[in-house]
Write a protein that binds this ligand. Structure first.
Ligand code: COA
Length: 702
C-alpha cells in the first residue's frame, strides 16, 4: 500500500456510496446501478449525483458530488468517457476513497492517454481507481450490489474476481441458477490501478470468503501476484481460469528462456508454484468453487468408489489417476467393510461394485459402511440407470447421506447417468446443493481439485535460502560492456559472471598469440576447443570461428591459423580480442538453465533438457523468483528427462545437488544484477562429478 492510500477494505465495505451519473431513465446503466444498490439492501447512505438534480428512485439527486456533506468511500462513475476525468477530479476534491469507473472507451480501445490522465489525477488525491470498463462491485458483508448485473445476488462464501465484465455479469446469473452464494464479485476491467492482487489481499483476510475464483486474461506485475497468491492459496482454495494464451512474452524474448514456452505455459508453472488450482474451463472452475464452498476437508487420502456399473467404475478409476485422487487399496479391510452387503458376484475391490442388481438398500449399506469405516476418508458414488432400480427412493437417500458425510467431515461426490428420470433427480439434488454430476470425470475432477488443495496445504513450499555471489566482480564486467554500448556479454565475460557466482566452467584462457595458445593448450590438456573472441563476430560457427576436439599441439597450431584466416576473410574489419582455448567437456547430460525478466511475470527461472535438442524437445520447467530449495528440486523432477539424471542402464546418478545449486545461483545473479535481463547456460553439462557451464549467454536490459 502506498502512503496515504485508503484501505482496500473500504472498497468492499464502504460506509457511504455515490453514483455519479445516476440516471432518471430506468433503461440506463446509471439508473440500474442505483436501483441494485437500493434493492440489494445496502445499509449505508446512497447519494445519486446528476447535474439535473431532482429525485431518482426516491432519493435526492445531488448536482455535484461536492454538495454531499457526508464522507464518501466509493463513487461509481457512470458518465460517458469524455466526462469521466472531470467526474473523477470532482470526486478527488471531495475526498472520495475509491472510484469504480463503469464507463468504457479507454485503454481497451487504445485510449490509454486519457486513462493514464485519470489515474494520475486520482493518485494526486490519494484516491484509488477500479476499472475503467467494469460492471462494478458486489460485496456480501455490506449487502452492496453496485453493479449493473442481476438483482438479488445470493450471498455466500465464494468470491469472484474477473477481468471480463460481461463474463462476470453472466457468472452472477449462472451462480444464481447453480444455487451458489457469493461473498464478492468484482470486475477489474482495464486494471488501470487496482488489480487482482490488491483484491486478493483483502479477500485473503475476509472471513466470509471460503474460496476465490479468478478469471484472468493477462497479467501485469506478476511478481507481486505470485507472492500474494501463494499466501492466499495456503489459507483458502484459489481457482484460476486463464484465457488469452498470449504469445507476446515469447515474441519479446531474445533467448530460449522466453521463446521455449508461450507465456501461458509459464503461467501454468507459476500457478503450480503459487498453489493455485488452474481450471480448464469456466464451468470446471465454477463446479470446483461450489464443491469447495460446501465440502469438508478430508483427514487423509483413502477414497472409495461405490458403483452399480463396472464400466463407469473403470472410467472413474481412470479419472482418479488423472486428477490425483488416491484410491484405497487395503483389500482385506475393504472386504471386511463391504462383503456383508454385497451380492455374491459383486466386488469389494475398489471400485466397490454393487453390480447391476444393486438396490437403494445396497447403496445405503455401502454408504453406511463408508461413513463408519475409519480408514475411508472420501467417497465417489456412481450410478447407472437400470430397470430394477427406483431412483425416486434413491434421491432423498443421497441427500440424507450427503448431509451425514458433511457432518462426518468426509467429502462425497455423486455421478448419476441415465435418462429423463435420472436427469430430473440430478436437477433436484443440485438444487439442494448436493455435488452431483452426470459424467464421472466431472465428479472426480472436483474431488481431485479438493485433494490437490489438501496436499498443497500439507506441503511446505520451503524457505528461500540465501546464496552469496560476488556482485562487485559481476558489476565490473557489466560496466565494461555498457561502456562499449553492448547489450550482451562476450563469451569470456559470461564465464566471468559464472565464476563470480561460483558456478563451475570449463578451464579456459584467451590467447593473444599463437605461442600463448599453445602454452594454454599444454596447461589445460587435450581434447580442446578453440573459439574466436570478437564482439563483431556473433555467430562464430557460421564463419568457421570454432574448432572442436583438438587432440594435440599440431592441431592447435593449425586450428589457430585457420580460425584467424576464416574470420578475417569473412569480417575483414572485425576487432579480434584473441582466441579462446577451452577444455572440451564430454560425457554427462546436457541441460539448459536460464533466467530472465519476463514482461508479464517478472523474474523467472527455467531449467530443462539442453544441448541441440532444446527447441525440439521443449522439456523445460519454469518458476518465479525468488526460489526455495524445494521448488528448485521440484523443477528438476518435473522435466521428462529427469530419469537421465538419476542414471539409466547402469549409469551412476549425476550431480543433481550441483544442478540445484546452479539453478539457485542463476536466479540469484538475475536478482542481484538488475542490469541483466537474460541469462542462459546451454549446455550445462551435468555428470557424476559435478556440473559445468559450457556455453553462457547473457543479455543486458536496454
Ligand atoms: N455528473 C453526473 N451525472 C452526469 C454528468 C456529470 N458530470 N453528466 C451527465 N450526467 C448524467 C446524465 O444527465 C445522465 O442522466 P439522465 O439520464 O438523468 O439525464 C446520466 O449521467 C448518464 O449519462 P448519459 O449521457 O445518458 O450516458 P449513458 O447512460 O448513455 O452512458 C455509460 C454512460 C457510462 C453507461 C456509457 O458511456 C458506457 O461506457 N457504456 C458501457 C459500459 C460498459 O459496458 N462497461 C463495461 C461493463 S463490463
Amino acid at each position: 500500500m502506498r502512503e496515504n492510500e485508503p484501505d482496500i477494505k473500504y472498497l468492499f465495505e464502504p460506509r457511504a456510496v455515490a453514483v455519479v451519473g445516476a440516471s432518471h431513465d430506468p433503461k440506463k446503466i446509471g439508473y440500474k446501478i442505483l436501483d441494485n444498490i437500493i434493492s440489494g439492501g445496502y445499509p449505508g447512505k446512497v447519494y445519486p449525483v446528476n447535474p439535473r438534480g431532482g429525485e431518482i428512485l426516491g432519493l435526492r439527486g445531488y448536482r455535484d458530488v461536492n454538495e454531499i456533506e457526508e464522507e464518501i468511500d466509493v463513487a461509481s462513475i457512470v458518465v460517458p468517457a469524455p466526462l469521466v476525468f472531470d467526474a473523477v477530479k470532482r470526486c478527488g476534491e471531495k475526498g472520495v476513497k475509491f472510484v469504480s469507473i463503469i464507463t468504457s472507451g479507454f485503454s481497451e480501445v487504445g485510449n490509454r492517454e486519457e486513462e493514464n490522465r485519470i489515474v494520475a489525477c486520482a493518485r494526486d488525491h490519494h484516491m484509488r481507481v477500479l476499472g475503467p470498463n467494469i460492471f462494478g462491485v458486489f460485496s456480501a458483508p455490506c449487502s452492496l450490489n453496485a453493479t449493473f448485473g442481476p438483482k438479488n445476488v445470493r450471498s455466500g462464501n465464494i468470491a469472484i474476481i474477473t477481468q471480463s465484465g460481461a463474463l462476470g455479469i453472466a457468472m452472477i446469473g449462472k451462480t444464481k441458477v447453480e444455487n451458489m452464494g457469493l461473498s464478492a464479485i468484482v470486475s477489474v476491467g482495464n486494471k488501470s490501478d487496482i488489480n487482482e492482487t490488491d483484491l486478493l489481499e483483502y479477500l485473503l483476510h475476509q472471513d466470509l470468503t471460503r474460496v476465490i475464483m479468478i478469471y484472468i486474461e493477462g497479467l501485469k506485475a506478476g511478481e507481486r501476484f505470485v507472492n500474494v497468491l501463494q499466501r492466499t492459496a495456503k489459507q483458502k482454495p484459489v481457482v484460476v481460469v486463464k484465457a488469452g494464451r498470449s504469445k507476446r512474452g515469447a515474441m519479446a524474448a531474445a533467448s530460449h528462456t522466453g521463446a521455449l514456452a508461450g507465456s501461458d505455459e509459464i503461467f501454468d508453472y507459476l500457478m503450480k508454484q503459487s498453489l493455485a488450482l488452474r481450471a480448464e474451463s469456466l464451468n470446471e472452475a465454477l463446479e470446483w468453487c461450489k464443491f469447495f464452498a460446501n465440502t469438508p476437508i478430508p483427514s487423509k487420502d483413502n477414497t472409495v468408489i461405490v458403483t452399480n456399473g463396472g464400466g463407469i467404475g473403470v472410467l472413474a478409476t481412470d479419472a482418479c489417476e488423472k486428477y490425483g485422487v488416491g484410491l484405497y487399496d487395503d483389500y482385506l479391510t475393504l472386504k471386511e467393510t463391504f462383503s456383508g452387503m454385497m451380492p455374491s458376484f459383486g466386488s469389494t475391490k475398489n471400485p466397490i461394485d454393487l453390480t447391476g442388481e444393486a438396490t437403494p438398500d445396497l447403496y445405503e449399506g455401502a454408504f453406511k459402511a463408508s461413513l463408519e469405516g475409519e480408514s475411508i476418508h472420501a467417497v465417489i458414488a456412481l450410478y447407472c440407470e437400470t430397470a430394477v432400480f427406483d431412483i425416486r427412493t434413491f434421491t432423498p437417500m443421497i441427500e440424507a447421506y450427503y448431509r451425514k458425510f458433511l457432518e462426518a467431515k468426509k467429502p462425497i461426490v455423486f455421478c448419476l447417468v441415465g435418462g429423463q428420470q435420472t436427469e430430473d433427480a440430478v436437477d433436484d439434488l443440485r438444487k439442494h446443493d448436493v455435488p452431483v454430476f452426470t459424467d464421472p470425470y466431472e465428479a472426480v475432477s472436483c474431488m481431485g481439485a479438493l485433494y490437490t488443495y489438501v496436499h498443497h496445504r500439507r506441503s511446505h513450499s520451503g524457505s528461500v535460502i540465501s546464496i552469496s555471489v560476488d556482485t562487485a566482480s559481476m558489476e565490473a564486467i557489466i560496466e565494461k560492456a555498457k561502456k562499449e554500448k553492448r547489450r550482451f556479454l562476450l563469451a569470456h565475460e559470461g564465464q566471468g559472471v559464472m565464476k563470480a557466482a561460483g558456478i563451475s566452467i570449463p578451464r579456459s584462457h584467451v590467447a593473444r598469440g599463437l605461442d600463448q595458445a599453445v602454452q594454454y593448450a599444454e596447461e589445460i590438456g587435450y581434447p580442446l576447443v578453440m573459439k574466436i573472441v570478437s564482439k563483431d563476430i556473433l555467430h562464430k560457427s557460421d564463419v568457421g570461428g570454432v574448432a572442436l576436439n583438438l587432440v594435440n599441439r599440431k592441431e592447435v597450431i593449425e586450428a589457430y591459423e585457420a580460425i584467424l584466416h576464416r574470420c578475417r576473410t569473412a569480417f575483414p574489419d572485425a576487432k579480434v580480442d584473441g582466441i579462446e582455448v577451452t577444455e572440451m567437456v564430454h560425457g554427462g547430460t546436457e541441460l539448459i538453465v536460464g533466467a530472465r525478466i519476463d514482461p508479464s511475470f517478472g523474474p523467472i527461472v527455467m531449467c530443462g533438457l539442453g544441448g541441440i535438442y532444446v527447441e525440439v524437445m521443449k522439456d523445460v520447467s519454469f518458476r518465479a523468483l525468488p526460489l526455495s530449495l524445494r521448488e528448485a528440486i521440484t523443477m528438476i523432477k518435473e522435466i521428462r528427462s529427469y530419469p537421465l539424471l538419476l542414471g539409466v542402464r547402469g549409469e551412476k546418478r549425476k550431480d543433481i545437488d550441483g544442478l540445484v545449486e546452479t539453478i539457485l545461483k542463476v536466479g540469484e545473479i538475475l536478482q542481484t544484477c538488475r542490469s541483466i535481463s537474460d541469462i542462459e547456460i546451454n549446455p550445462l553439462v551435468v555428470d557424476v562429478e559435478g556440473v559445468k557451464a559450457v556455453d553462457v549467454r547473457i543479455l543486458l536490459s536496454p
